[in-house]
Design a binder for this molecule. Structure first.
Ligand code: HSE
Length: 432
């Protein structure tokens, strides 16, 4: 296990102590009369959604100053005087007291969010990839700078899950979190099942509806869900896992045959991201799963997301809401902006509990992942040789017709990592 530590700076020590003993609204009430001026980066689906919901907000004291965009030739729905193409027009403009970052490029976003936080500015972001890949970096920076960095829209769209984990479950020992964290793939699964659409047509509709990422492979491969799971894991369990630590298998190879297989068993296929305690370790994965039509996860359709939190004492609670789309996601950003008007900050209590004068070596948190177990899987294949990569311990069912072949088998979890990064034609789904 990774238990080595690093010395904390005085500022980090103070902040860690403060976070353990004080609340998260360090200066609550102080800024209630301030009208926030927002410097906005990005005017895509979420940026436009924010613009709309902010314009219709009755009471929020906030306005968008300038909007920085990349493409000079794109026709936009509002007057061009609202836009700039120079980042510095926003970053150096003192009247913008809040930066809202809604761009696609995670590296560019990381640079501008880091720069803004270093200058002590508050930031709101919806960039799950950037946050998941740089979680420790931002956590350390926030301990030093004590400014607000909020990102509710990065997980579960409109579901207020991060603040719920921060505020409601801050002292609760949690057993598991699992859910549907990607609206596009859930939309595809629902459309294939209920409307008999092909995979390609359903995905096209998800793209046209503004649910999908610019690269929709991130949605259907479970990569986007994995970013969100990393963020939830840090807030819920105080573990900083890197996306590369987590197994993600997606729905990119699903066929009508798989949907029909589930239907005949009175089940549905859902892409489930989850973390659960297993003794001192955690089982963490993103995998398609056959779920029953009557359980909560099986009632989540189209672009809706859901999250089931299980506490040791509170037991199970279920959260559901639109996980993708311009207005639902824009409304989560709006809620963060509103929280900034009263100087709300995440407390990161579960992470801070692990700091005792010294930083734990978060880079070794992957050592807490349990990989020594078997999963019962449905595996439909086109070429039997692809099964050779897997550690198949027991085959409980085998099916072969002229057009389709599958097995139900117990498979060593670790061997599934061999499928990552290499294209294959397998469709894998967790069975009960
Ligand atoms: N592409 C994402 C999804 C958008 O479909 O869930 C919201 O994060």
């Amino acid at each position: 296990m990774g238990r080595s530590t690093q010395k904390l700076s005085q500022e980090q020590k103070n902040s860690a102590q403060e976070g353990l003993s004080a609340g998260t609204t360090a200066k609550a009430g102080e800024c209630n009369n301030r009208k926030l001026n927002i410097g906005l980066f990005g005017f895509g689906c979420v940026g436009q959604g924010l613009y709309d919901v902010l314009n219709h907000s009755q009471s929020l004291k906030a306005e968008i100053g300038k909007i920085c965009v990349k493409d000079r030739n794109k026709t936009r729905s509002i007057h061009q005087s609202n836009f700039t193409f120079e980042q510095d027009d926003i970053l150096s403009e003192k009247k913008h007291d809040l930066i809202v970052e809604l761009i696609d490029d995670a590296d560019a976003a990381q640079a501008l969010v880091t720069g803004s936080l270093r200058k002590g500015r508050s930031v709101v972001s919806a960039n799950k990839k950037m946050i998941a890949e740089n979680f420790e970096h931002f956590f350390r920076l926030l301990l030093e700078k004590r400014t607000s960095f909020l990102y509710e829209a990065a997980c579960g769209g409109s579901i207020p899950i991060i603040r719920t984990l921060e505020e409601y479950y801050d002292n609760e020992l949690l057993r598991s979190i699992r859910g549907i964290l990607n609206g596009s793939s859930n939309y595809v699964l629902t459309k294939m099942e209920l409307d008999n659409l092909s995979y390609a047509d359903a995905l096209k509709q998800a793209q046209l509806s503004g649910f999908a990422e610019s690269d929709p492979y991130l949605d259907v491969s479970g990569t986007d869900s994995k970013y969100k799971l990393c963020i939830l894991t840090a807030h819920a369990f105080g573990l900083i896992l890197r996306p590369s630590d987590i197994l993600n298998l997606g729905i990119q190879n699903i066929s009508e045959f798989d949907i029909e297989y589930a239907r005949q068993r009175n089940k549905r296929i859902r892409l489930i991201a989850g973390i659960e305690r297993s003794g001192e370790e955690y089982i963490v994965k993103v995998l398609p799963k056959f779920v029953s039509r009557t359980e909560s996860l099986g009632t989540t359709d189209y672009e809706f997301n859901c999250i089931e939190v299980e506490g040791v004492y509170s037991d199970r609670q279920f959260f559901s809401g639109k996980g993708a789309g311009s207005h639902p996601t824009g409304s989560a950003v709006l809620s963060d902006i509103s929280a900034i008007t009263y100087d709300y900050k995440y407390g990161y209590r579960k992470l801070k509990k692990r700091i005792n004068g010294h930083f734990p070596d978060f880079s070794k948190d992957a050592d807490f992942i349990d990989k020594e177990f078997n999963l019962r899987l449905y595996i439909r294949y086109q070429n039997k040789s692809e099964l050779e990569k897997l550690d198949i311990n027991k085959v409980v069912e085998e099916y072969s017709s002229q057009s389709e072949e599958y097995i139900i088998a117990d498979v060593g979890f670790t061997s599934l990592f061999k499928l990552l990064g290499e294209p294959n034609a397998l469709f894998i789904c967790e069975d009960e």
